[in-house]
Write a protein that binds this ligand. Structure first.
Ligand code: 5GP
Length: 192
């Protein structure tokens, strides 16, 4: 998606440790006009899949998922990272190793909100090593639902997540794939 690549070039900042900061439009301040275009594009890609729910993970996936869900006309369910008294009853759960925070955390979704009749689109902001998406896939599959694919804002193509998930048969559509970033800030995108 041309618009996403242009925005990353304009406002993205390359940080140590292969981290791309996009706080100016995605991860802290959110450009809703851009989110709208992302939602439209995800609908163009997955609109024929009879999606019944969009599933994401807190916190950064939620905004993108909500705007996207307006195009699909379906609810958003987000996986929670912390145990909550509000989350009563049974949950689907999985462990996720965090790329940016260097720790392992559990994610959980109440069994009330996913079942075997659902057709799920996963949405997230970044795909790096693939752990977040693998965790989401795991909780969705525990419910018996069909996962039709994953819509990702930015994939770091030089990390293994994209290949890993596609090899497992998941349809992964990323709006921009960064194949290289060097410490001087230069970015190379995969032609799409
Ligand atoms: P993964 O589980 O695929 O290794 O990483 C995915 C999660 O880590 C995303 O949900 C995102 O929050 C975070 N993440 C991974 N790499 C980056 C990065 O380069 N920049 C930012 N801002 N977040 C990242």
């Amino acid at each position: 998606m041309q618009l996403m690549e242009e925005r990353i070039r304009k406002d993205g900042v390359v940080r140590e440790g292969n981290v791309l900061k996009v706080d100016a439009f995605l991860n802290h301040q959110m450009d809703i006009g851009l989110f709208n275009e992302m939602g439209k594009e995800f609908f163009r890609l997955f609109g024929g899949e009879n999606v019944t729910k969009i599933v994401t993970i807190e916190a950064s996936g939620i905004g993108i998922a909500c705007v996207t869900a307006q195009y699909f006309g379906v609810p958003v369910v987000f996986a929670k990272k912390s145990e909550s008294k509000n989350l009563d009853g049974d949950v689907y759960t999985s462990s996720v190793a965090s790329f940016t925070h260097n720790k392992v955390y559990d994610i959980r979704i109440s069994k009330k909100y996913l079942d075997e009749h659902d057709r799920i689109l996963l949405i997230d902001d970044f795909l790096a090593k693939g752990n977040a998406l693998l965790g989401l896939l795991d909780v969705c599959q525990q419910s018996g639902a069909v996962v039709v694919g994953a819509g990702i804002a930015i994939e770091k193509g030089f990390q293994e997540g994209g290949q890993l998930l596609r090899k497992r048969g998941l349809r992964v559509e990323s709006l921009a794939i960064v194949d290289r970033m060097d410490s001087g800030g230069a970015l190379t995108f995969r032609p799409q």
